[in-house]
Design a protein around this ligand. Structure first.
Ligand SMILES: [Zn+2]
Length: 409
């Protein structure tokens, strides 16, 4: 059995305290944080002292009302520094600059030239976008989180496999370290979107959650007992490449019949080609086709509605499998497919999943659309950078020494 070290426990507690401050949505108190986290008052006090010391939290006056000692109000200190979140999708890179309250200060988007996807060219594009968002005082950047498509090995920062670009074992973090002067944290969009839900979305309220990402790539993030489940090689959640149709459509992973071949942007374009090979909606790349289907479905176009119906049927069966496997409390559907096809797709998915899942298990789950105000992949990537900053030995390792100098002078 995996044993939590004292350091893991401190990290988990620090996360819980900070999450409670974010969830409060405004200044809060030690008492409220103790209540929200279920931790002891002493532990909460210690974690708050550390977070005040590194400047992530700040005291904002005191409540004078009531009896007893006045209570200090605590809030995130947005002035402490900034974080950069980068969502590297297959055809474009989205960059967001966040303050520590996770408010987007500025965004940039860069298209990826499909003819220039070799690692050095992509690393150059990423570095340029980060430089564009970096404030004049570059030391204010506490870290950069990057969501990288495909399989990613976060410790070494290696893009293990990215089918769209035919990348194998690309040391992306090392390539970026030659170009970017900030601490870097890499993972894939499934993990990043799930982290965003844990910090700011449905994951604040439930411990057993599945976050479904539906874009050019498809997959899930799995939260068990409040923690992101990664698997042995960080590949847990590659649900997009589980089989849905025996001997079905070719998938870009090289196999056939995968979930992704039916419910990704590409899969939906393929469904439209099956339903109506000459449809005028079949114009441009897969993303354009999806947008056209969404608009046409809204105005009641029969072909588009048929495509949404078929997509919901595929998705419903694949979701029923997840419900039976994980027995989650909540499933959140996010990214471009869910954003564009929205409630009608979710309705069909729910109906079909109800027919295929175990009924008691299905009754326990709520299926919902992602309601985060930002791009969940870049927001989640930025939380990896925040977590990295807070976990960095140097951030907290120097506190004891710093405290000693403060008390002796
Ligand atoms: Zn596949």
């Amino acid at each position: 059995m995996y044993q939590l070290t004292a350091r893991d426990i401190r990290r988990r507690n620090r996360f819980a305290v900070l999450q409670a401050v974010y969830a409060a949505g405004g200044p809060t108190s030690r008492q409220e944080i103790t209540q929200a986290t279920g931790l002891s008052f002493a532990t909460v006090g210690n974690m708050i002292a550390e977070l005040l010391d590194v400047g992530v939290l700040a005291e904002q006056g005191r409540d004078a009302a009531g009896v007893g000692r006045p209570r200090a109000r605590l809030a995130i200190n947005p002035a402490r520094g900034v974080l950069i979140g980068v969502d590297i999708a297959e055809t474009a890179i989205h960059f967001d600059l966040f303050d520590l309250a996770m408010t987007v200060l500025r965004s940039v988007e860069t298209a990826i030239d499909p003819a220039a996807t070799e690692p050095d060219a992509v690393a150059d594009l990423i570095a340029r976008g980060i430089a564009e968002l970096t404030p004049v005082d570059a030391d204010r950047v506490l870290g950069v989180g990057l969501s990288v498509p495909g399989l990613v090995e976060p410790e070494g920062g290696v893009s293990v496999f990215s089918p769209y670009w035919h990348w194998h074992n690309v040391p992306l973090k090392a390539l970026l370290e030659q170009r970017v002067p900030h601490p870097l944290y890499l993972d894939n969009p499934l993990k990043a979107s799930t982290a965003a839900q844990l910090w700011f979305g449905a994951g604040r309220d439930v411990d057993d959650l599945i976050v479904v990402t539906l874009r050019a790539g498809v997959g899930i993030g799995i939260v068990i007992d409040g923690a992101l489940y990664r698997g042995v090689t960080n590949s847990a959640g590659e649900w997009g490449h589980t089989n849905l149709v025996l001997d079905g459509r070719a998938c870009r992973c090289g196999r056939r019949g995968c979930v992704e071949a039916y419910v990704s942007t590409r899969g939906i374009a393929a469904t439209l080609r099956e339903v109506a090979p000459d449809s005028p909606l079949l114009d441009g790349d897969d993303a354009h086709v999806l947008a056209a289907v969404a608009t046409a479905a809204e105005r009641g176009d029969a072909t588009a509605l048929e495509v949404v119906e078929r997509t919901g049927r595929y998705l419903g069966v694949a979701v029923a499998n997840l419900v039976n496997l994980f027995n989650p409390r909540t499933m959140v559907f996010g990214d471009v497919v869910a954003n564009l096809l929205g409630a009608p797709l979710l309705e069909i998915t729910r109906r079909v999943a109800a027919d295929h899942a175990m009924s008691d298990t299905f009754h326990a789950v709520t299926l919902q659309l992602c309601t985060l105000p930002h791009n969940p992949a870049s927001l989640g990537a930025a939380t990896f950078a925040l977590d990295g900053f807070l976990t960095d030995r140097e951030t907290f390792g120097s506190i004891a020494a710093w405290r000693a100098t403060r008390t002796t002078t």
